[in-house]
Design a protein around this ligand. Structure first.
Ligand code: AMP
Ligand code: TRP
Length: 345
């Protein structure tokens, strides 16, 4: 069976949305709207795999929804909602917990990074996180998943889960009316766009992250012009002038990152950026990058702040999106329960 093309992606409401989230994910979400039906989810249940202060969590959920809309996602034509309002995600995740193998989970590098040395003290939810992510995608039987580079392994696991479910329940899937025995699609990652891996402004070998203790490591979507300027001015560089060709960026992670950010924001390429700024000093280039970043991010940040303060509007969008998402998800769960052998209406 050919699956209907459908885009699904999620962003965690765990604090400051930054330039990496924007260029690595949200910009692509916006682009895909013209070609596909899209579902964009604020994954609040993923967020609580590590401790979240409840009042902060509530604020972050609304902030991510506001960022989606401020960046240009149309919540009427597509679906914008928060995960916890659609209980079918958790329901399917449980089934997947029983499909996925411990050996598969043990290979997940994000768990190892997030759990750190004190693995015994990590939540069970953090360990099962990829199974919930697979459920997010497959409860809509989505075919395309725009993500940054760091989520590639989780997408591979999603496909492994889909495949094992399809194999384990082949006969029941056919009986349920899916003649070719395929119930879940092999969801494809969409890792394209201007910058699939934006690095920290303090260390070009580490990815830009919400959890970095230094706020100077990232540009937040909510930062004002002065803050953006300060952060770019203080961004780590090396003593050499910028190279004139792209291969000159090798072994210079900070220069590579800043040039990549410029190219992504300008809609050009690193080669084009270097043809203009190569041979020059970082200070000149940084000045241009500040102007560009303020110009591109300023309006998104301002609109995001305006929308975040309109709680009634945002909560209305999330409730409406959740109801529409739930109608789709409950249809999948009805089949899943039948396939697995649960008894019910
Ligand atoms: P998260 O904040 O972890 O929920 O990530 C939301 C989306 O942003 C995911 O698709 C990530 O892959 C993407 N993302 C997060 N950090 C970066 C980064 N530094 N560079 C590019 N994409 C990123
Ligand atoms: N794990 C993703 C991240 O940290 C967020 C996420 C949760 C997601 N569920 C998803 C992304 C489903 C794509 C599809 O970035």
């Amino acid at each position: 069976m050919a699956f209907k093309e459908l885009v699904f992606s999620g962003v965690q409401p765990t604090g400051n949305l930054h330039l990496g989230n924007y260029l690595g994910a949200i910009v692509n979400f916006v682009k895909l709207q013209s070609r596909y039906e899209c579902i964009y989810c604020v994954v609040d249940m993923h967020a609580i795999t590590v401790w979240q202060e409840p009042a902060e969590l509530r604020k972050s959920i609304r902030e991510v929804a506001a960022a989606f809309i401020a960046a240009g996602i149309d919540p009427k034509a597509h679906i914008v909602f928060n995960q916890s309002q659609v209980p079918e995600h958790a329901e399917l995740a449980w089934v997947f917990n029983c499909v996925a193998r411990l050996g598969w989970m043990n290979r997940m590098t994000q768990f190892k990074e997030k759990a750190g040395k004190d693995r015994e003290n990590a939540s069970l939810g953090l360990y099962a996180y990829p199974s919930l992510m697979a459920a997010d995608i497959l409860v809509y039987r989505a075919t395309h998943v725009p993500i940054g580079e760091d989520q590639k392994q989780h997408l591979e696991l999603t496909r492994d889960i889909a495949q094992k479910f399809n194999n384990d329940f082949k006969a029941q899937i056919e009986t349920a009316g899916f003649a070719d025995g395929l119930f879940f699609p092999m969801a494809e990652p969409v890792i394209t766009g201007p910058a699939t891996r934006v690095m920290s402004l303090r260390d070009g070998t580490k990815k830009m992250s919400k959890s970095d203790p230094s706020d100077y490591s990232r540009i937040n979507l909510a930062d004002d012009a002065d803050t953006i300027a300060q952060k770019i001015k203080k961004a780590k560089t090396d003593p050499e002038p910028l190279p004139s060709e792209e291969k000159g960026l090798e072994g210079r992670p900070e220069a590579d990152n800043l040039v990549g950010i410029y190219a992504a924001l300008a809609g050009s390429t690193p080669a084009q950026v270097l043809s203009e700024y190569g041979g020059g000093q970082f200070s000149t280039f940084k000045g241009a990058l500040i102007d560009l970043a303020v110009d591109k991010l300023g309006p998104v940040g301002a609109e995001m702040k305006r929308l975040t303060s309109d709680v009634t509007y945002i909560d209305g969008i999330l409730a409406d999106g959740s109801a529409r998402a739930r109608a789709l998800a409950s249809e999948t769960m009805r089949h899943v329960k039948q396939i697995v052998g649960f008894v019910g209406p």
